[in-house]
Design a protein around this ligand. Structure first.
Ligand SMILES: Cc1cc2nc3c(=O)[nH]c(=O)nc-3n(C[C@H](O)[C@H](O)[C@H](O)COP(=O)(O)OP(=O)(O)OC[C@H]3O[C@@H](n4cnc5c(N)ncnc54)[C@H](O)[C@@H]3O)c2cc1C
Length: 367
């Protein structure tokens, strides 16, 4: 029996994953979103992501909390990689290179978090590019996952629809408007609205939200691993293969509060140069000339905005009073409605998606 109606605002990785788990928990789910899988607008973060798993050291309580969500998600992606190849999720080696890593990476104590992932191993000097004689002085490897984000988002939408969920395209002016839009579609439904999930990426006018611009390049070269490199002067480069013939994403910049939607030629040149040096195995001959010079083959640059938030992911519920859809006129009826917020995932939305979705279901079910 249905537990009642839930409206999910947003069809990014957070909204879609939450919708799947809510449907599995027997809620009737309607997604209302401005952007849907298949769209490529800059405000819609999810299709621009690599996306890959990369462990980060845990240095405070907020990071420890996110780490638990990331572990749950890791377990789910391991299952998906073997149970459903059409999801595009694949297990690949993860490799980290550093010119001069901070202690939080090289500290191999369990509680530091970084070294606790499956198949973690510090690389020997002769496994590093330049065999330790170049700028890269430290490295590690572990078991990672990658996915092809546009393909994975469509797969998630299919999972929602296969479980009976509905998807409506609409741009909302405010959270309560979602109840009116969803009611229009199912006028005859007797089910009660129990909650609205706000998975809108940056939230509705939250002053703590801000963007981090990420410029990446899609190249046609295939790659057998996901690789990250942090230089001594604080720059970071990554290589993320996109399974199911999606090429490889290389990048990428992290430009806090930059609203520039246009790719920068300087960033493109910097990414190509550094990535070629950090993982020469990626360079291959052109597909139409097997004897040609090995190189990186640029398809196009991409620009996305990570939905950052001071204080990290907002994952909590609040009770709000809303005007009921059928009550217009001078004597509007109001109702207390639960709003479950799940936005501000920053650069980790995929990494924590299944853990966050489990928590969303708990918050929806709480009194
Ligand atoms: C370049 C780049 C690389 C990244 N790499 C990684 C990675 O390797 N690993 C990782 O885990 N994460 C990565 N991320 C981060 C990840 O992409 C985000 O954390 C994640 O996509 C956020 O998902 P979301 O569902 O919260 O937001 P979004 O994907 O932005 O979705 C928000 C949804 O809300 C809807 N919405 C918003 N406002 C309204 C409104 N007013 N009315 C109706 N609907 C509305 C939108 O239309 C959309 O459907 C990367 C991000 C970028 C940009």
């Amino acid at each position: 029996m249905s537990q009642g109606r839930v409206i999910v605002i947003g069809a990014g990785v957070i909204g879609l994953t939450s919708a799947v788990r809510l449907l599995e928990a027997n809620y009737d789910v309607t997604i209302v979103a401005r952007d849907l899988p298949g769209d490529l607008t800059i405000e819609y973060a999810s299709p621009w992501a690599g996306a890959h798993f990369r462990p980060l050291p845990v240095t405070n309580a907020a990071e420890a909390l996110e780490q638990n969500l990331i572990r749950e998600t890791y377990a789910e992606f391991e299952k998906l990689a073997s149970s459903d190849p059409s999801s595009s999720v694949r297990i690949v080696p993860g490799i980290e290179y550093f010119d001069s890593p901070s202690k939080s990476y090289t500290d191999l104590k369990e509680e530091a978090g970084f070294c606790t992932w499956p198949e973690f191993r510090v690389l020997a000097q002769d496994e590093l590019p330049g065999k330790g004689a170049g700028p890269i002085k430290w490295g590690a490897t572990y078991r990672s996952w990658v996915l092809n984000s546009p393909v994975y988002l469509s797969w998630l939408q299919r999972q929602v629809e296969l479980r009976g969920g509905r998807v409506i395209r609409h741009t909302l002016s405010a959270i309560p408007e979602a109840v009116f839009i969803a009611s229009e579609q199912l006028k005859e439904s007797q089910l009660e609205f129990v909650a609205v999930v706000n998975a809108s990426g940056i939230g509705f006018g939250d002053p703590a939200s801000f963007p981090s611009r990420g410029q990446f390049l899609l190249i046609s070269n295939p790659c057998d691993a996901t690789v990250s490199y942090q230089t001594a002067d604080g720059e970071a480069f990554v290589i993320i293969p996109r399974p199911l013939s999606g090429g490889t994403l290389i990048g990428g910049t992290k430009e806090v509060n930059s609203w520039n939607p246009t790719p920068s030629e300087e960033s493109t040149a910097g990414i190509l140069e550094n990535v070629a040096k950090m993982y020469p195995k990626l360079l291959t001959a052109p597909s139409n000339d097997p004897n040609g010079e090995p190189a990186l083959h640029l398809l196009y640059p991409t620009v996305g905005r990570r939905p950052m938030r001071k204080g990290g992911l907002r994952l909590e519920k609040e009770i709000s009073s809303i005007v009921l859809p059928q009550s217009g006129g001078f004597k509007s009826k109001t109702k207390e409605l639960k709003i479950v917020h799940c936005y501000g995932a920053g650069g980790s939305g995929y990494k924590l998606s299944w853990g966050a979705a489990r928590r969303v279901v708990e918050l929806v079910g709480e009194p």
